[in-house]
Design a protein around this ligand. Structure first.
Ligand SMILES: [Zn+2]
Length: 195
């Protein structure tokens, strides 16, 4: 097995953990996005979206986990400029602009994600907050997509086919059917680096 293959296997292993968190979100009626933060081959935090539960649009999976990491004195013994410099994020959907920016300010080592976030993506889909955009102070980070992409997309579709009763004006989706066809992104294969 090549080094690239074994790397990809490791990424898939962690992404399955992130996907389990997304499933948890789905069961709780949240937009199903889940993540795990890995440091030195160990998961140090896992979280999922809690925006509906907390009625707070900033409670994305990534920020939920980051809050735990920063508040834990064992995981973050002292405040340093880049507390996540040894930490890799696995998240089912491309981090949004807000989360991508927080990750850059905290010096995340690398980010691997499942599918692109066409509406809010901060790792290249809408804005290249991860590395494409220049910043006077914070260096960019690697963000690679395509890990369990189809699973992440199907998870989102399973959510959006049901009625979101938390939406300000719930829309009837009685006639919707679950689409299973997934179109490839041009040139996409796991490890695509988006900037
Ligand atoms: Zn976000």
């Amino acid at each position: 097995m090549s080094t690239a293959d074994s790397c990809s296997e490791v990424h898939t292993k962690w992404m399955l953990e992130a996907l389990a968190m997304a499933e948890d979100a789905l069961e709780a009626g949240e937009v199903p996005v889940g993540c795990v933060f890995v440091r030195h081959d160990v998961i140090i935090a896992k979280a999922r979206n809690r925006t509906n539960e907390l009625r707070n649009a900033t409670r994305h999976a990534e920020l939920e986990a980051i809050d735990c990491i920063l508040a834990d004195k064992l995981l973050t013994p002292q405040l340093v400029q880049y507390p996540l410099s040894e930490t890799t994020l696995y998240v089912t959907v491309e981090p949004c602009i807000m989360c991508a920016s927080a990750l850059r300010q905290l010096g995340i080592k690398e980010v691997y994600y499942g599918c692109q976030n066409d509406r809010f993506g901060g790792c290249g889909s809408v804005l290249g907050v991860s590395s494409g955009l220049k910043h006077p102070k914070h260096p960019g980070y690697l963000a690679a997509d395509g890990y369990l992409r189809e699973e992440a997309i199907m998870m989102l579709r399973r959510f959006y086919i049901t009625e979101n009763t938390n939406a300000p004006v719930p829309r009837s989706k009685a006639n919707r059917v679950l689409k299973t066809e997934i179109l490839p992104v041009s040139g996409t294969k796991p490890g695509n680096v988006i900037s």
